[in-house]
Design a protein around this ligand. Structure first.
Ligand SMILES: Cc1ncc(COP(=O)(O)O)c(C=O)c1O
Length: 373
């Protein structure tokens, strides 16, 4: 490693230790896959069709998809999926299938939705309406009701957040279904953006409704968030009949062209697979519980020093009034509209929270002293 690259590595290593504001688990090591860095790898095309280019990890990818199908209450007979480059691609894919199913539909999504969704809708050129959010980040169902009252004749695509970016709010599927019934909407598609919570929500009580047992059409989850990893990744799962609608066979690659990109990452399926082998469902349950405990601790500690801190139910995301720029910078806290958040992902322990709380306490005391002078 030359000095410049070494410097970059050291900066990343130090900063990975200290960030508190992003949903990226830190407790991973994929050193065992280092030999794969010296060979050509490519999961080109559909994970289920072998390609003439046989340098893939599709068998492993399919096992990962089967695991996700299971935790999302379906199976690989009824559902199909692939390992994406991240949550954004999975959302793009879900919206793409939705548009292919109902070309004249309107997409309804809340204002707390991740910024990338607007761009996805622009790329796909789908009509869309932003629905107001409640203060906790959940969709405002009364607003959705009002909007649909005027558009009940149109097919509808509901884009739901199963954990919003800023406050980890969950849009209630039951409320959406109630409105669908109220206006007798026959043609609709439901996509769930479970970027962060997709690997947590199946294991918490009460379990949020968002999976295939509830009749949703597609779900996108990020891989580098709750699993963690050095390369962004994700998984998208869809009802198999939606995927069949868009499948094209391409002779050049000898595979079906069903994915957004042609060439696809063959390394990230190995990372996800090794996580599944190591942790399994039981490990995920424990991981979610531990993270919830750290989040509860964080909320309590912040409140003890007089900070306005709160969480949606048992969320891993603790929302607080935005601290100074200096502290946001030091702990890499994302902020928006006067609030910031700490996301208690695996790898963040109470000691790191204590350091942050101490810094914040000191800053608050300095402010009081300055005001007195
Ligand atoms: C709710 C939500 N959706 C989508 C995304 C985008 O996911 P990715 O960064 O994996 O593309 C994020 C990222 O933070 C998110 O929080």
């Amino acid at each position: 490693m030359n000095d410049r690259i070494k410097g970059i590595y050291e900066r990343i290593n130090t900063n990975s230790e200290s960030f508190l504001g992003y949903p990226l688990a830190k407790d991973f090591s994929y050193q065992e896959f280092a030999p794969f860095l010296d060979v050509c790898l490519n999961n080109i095309g559909d994970p289920e069709s072998p390609s003439t280019l046989a340098i893939d990890t599709k068998d492993i990818e399919k096992e990962c998809v089967a695991f996700f199908a299971d935790i999302l209450s379906t199976n690989v007979k009824d559902a199909w999926g692939y390992i994406t480059n991240g949550g954004t691609e999975g959302n793009l894919y879900g919206l793409y299938l939705a548009r292919e199913t109902f070309p004249d539909a309107v997409v309804y999504y809340s204002e707390a939705t991740h910024y990338s969704v607007k761009k996805n809708l622009h790329l796909l050129n789908i009509k869309n309406i932003v629905v107001r959010s409640q203060p906790n980040g959940e969709m405002d169902y009364d607003d959705l009701d009002q909007i649909l009252m005027l558009r009940r004749d149109k097919p509808a695509i509901f884009f739901l957040n199963i954990g919003t970016t800023m406050t980890e709010a969950i849009d209630k599927l039951d409320e959406i279904k109630r409105i669908i019934r109220k206006y007798a909407i026959k043609n609709y598609y439901i996509h769930c953006d479970a970027a962060f919570l997709g690997l947590i929500a199946p294991f918490i009580e009460p379990k949020p409704k968002f999976d295939f047992a509830e009749g949703v059409d597609s779900i996108s989850i990020s891989g580098h968030k709750f699993i963690g990893g050095p390369i962004p990744s994700g998984v998208v799962l869809v009802k198999r009949n939606h995927r069949n609608r868009i499948a094209n066979s391409i002779s050049y690659i000898g595979a079906m062209d069903t994915t957004i990109t042609g060439s696809r990452n063959a390394l990230t399926p190995l990372f996800i697979w090794s996580f599944i082998q190591k942790h399994g469902k039981q490990g995920l349950i424990e991981r979610a519980r531990n993270s919830q405990k750290v989040a509860a601790y964080t909320e309590k500690k912040l409140k003890e020093i007089g900070v306005n801190a709160w969480r949606n139910n048992e969320a891993l995301t603790v929302v607080l009034d935005k601290p100074s720029e200096a502290l946001c910078h030091k702990y890499q806290l994302a902020s928006e509209d006067g609030i910031a958040h700490i996301i208690c992902v695996p790898g963040i322990e109470k000691v790191q929270i204590d350091l942050f709380v101490e810094d914040l306490k000191r800053e608050k005391q300095q402010l009081i002293t300055q005001e007195l002078v």
